[in-house]
Design a protein around this ligand. Sequence first.
Ligand SMILES: *[C@@H]1O[C@H](CO)[C@@H](O)[C@H](O)[C@H]1NC(C)=O
Ligand SMILES: *[C@@H]1O[C@H](CO)[C@@H](O)[C@H](O)[C@H]1NC(C)=O
Length: 368
Amino acid sequence: MKLRLILLALASSTGLISALALPPPSNDPKFRAWLETRRRKQKDPGMPKYFHEPGGSELGNHYDSRFYSGIDTYENKRDTQLHMLRAYFTFFSEASMETWLAHGTLLGWWWNGKMLPWDWDIDTQVSGSTLAYMAEHHNGTIYNYTATDDPDVKRSYLLDVNPASYERERGNGNNIIDARWIDIRNGLYIDITGLSETHPDDRPGVWSCKNYHRYHTTDLYPMRESMYEGVVAKVPYAYDRILTQEYHEKALVVTDYEGHAYPFGFRKPSANYLYSHRWNPEVKEWIKKSDEEIAEEKEEKEAKKKAENEEKERVEAEKKKQEEEGKEEEPKDEGKKEKRSLPEEKRYVELEKETSGLAHLRRKRDMF
Ligand SMILES: *[C@@H]1O[C@H](CO)[C@@H](O)[C@H](O)[C@H]1NC(C)=O
Ligand SMILES: *[C@@H]1O[C@H](CO)[C@@H](O)[C@H](O)[C@H]1NC(C)=O
């Protein structure tokens, strides 16, 4: 453990290069044996859920029940998350524990090194061995923080490690979040999950969290040191591959966000217009669309749909007309009909294909 600590300290002080030499030592037999004993101790077939959220709506799912006293305003939430992140990375660096950005938090980094303004979750990852170390040495830490740019901003955070985190398999699914960094004023938190090489013999070099996100060692390491919300933070080496696998390429290029992810917990897509954003390349920020813009977009969309429907009707009518013309000629020449109807049929199919192909391209163009 001591040696690892020194290595970790070295890794974090010299950044990228030494991180390369330090994939978590999950294959170290001593470490695995130790983890196995911890696991056995904690193993309980009906392991109850450790972290609780008030729930009720999507919004309520983002608070820890123990510290929850109501849903914050958007501004309070942003302020909470900003300082929570800064405190988190500062603490982890001070404690020489390696951690990095994951999921939507990583996607936000890709755009501008900040959180996506519509995202309620903050997700980070650690290696399984860091997780175990954290459980042993830092569980229950209350970290007092004063903002560097504003001495009036004083906060306290709780690092709480799930006792089920020793178990690296998903189990009953109650405990896929391994640890939390919680703002004890309001219960908003960062979700921390550990990645472990769960099948080192069958699948060496494949790291998995309890929610079955999988990563190759070479996708993760060597970690890149970067900035996030004004603080030094790490991102996995092949962040582009990780992001496209998880979110599809579109998430990295589409500059128009309509709120598909139901960020407000509404299941009606129309409600998501409330949360539409547009990427502004000049200022490198996602800008919330104004009500007028949203209304305009809605109008445009409806007009487009109408035009598409009209075109479809036109094609249908054309087809009908041609069929009728064909019928009229039918009695005149059986053989000729045979010859005529085939290419016409084919032409119609081609036309259908062409129009639907165009619609598809139009959609694509409008998306990008
Ligand atoms: C953190 O702050 C609380 C009060 O806000 C105080 O009781 C506690 O002692 C402080 N902890 C440390 C480690 O400074
Ligand atoms: C962390 O501390 C809490 C509170 O004392 C405890 O309930 C939990 O089991 C601890 N987690 C681990 C991994 O020991």
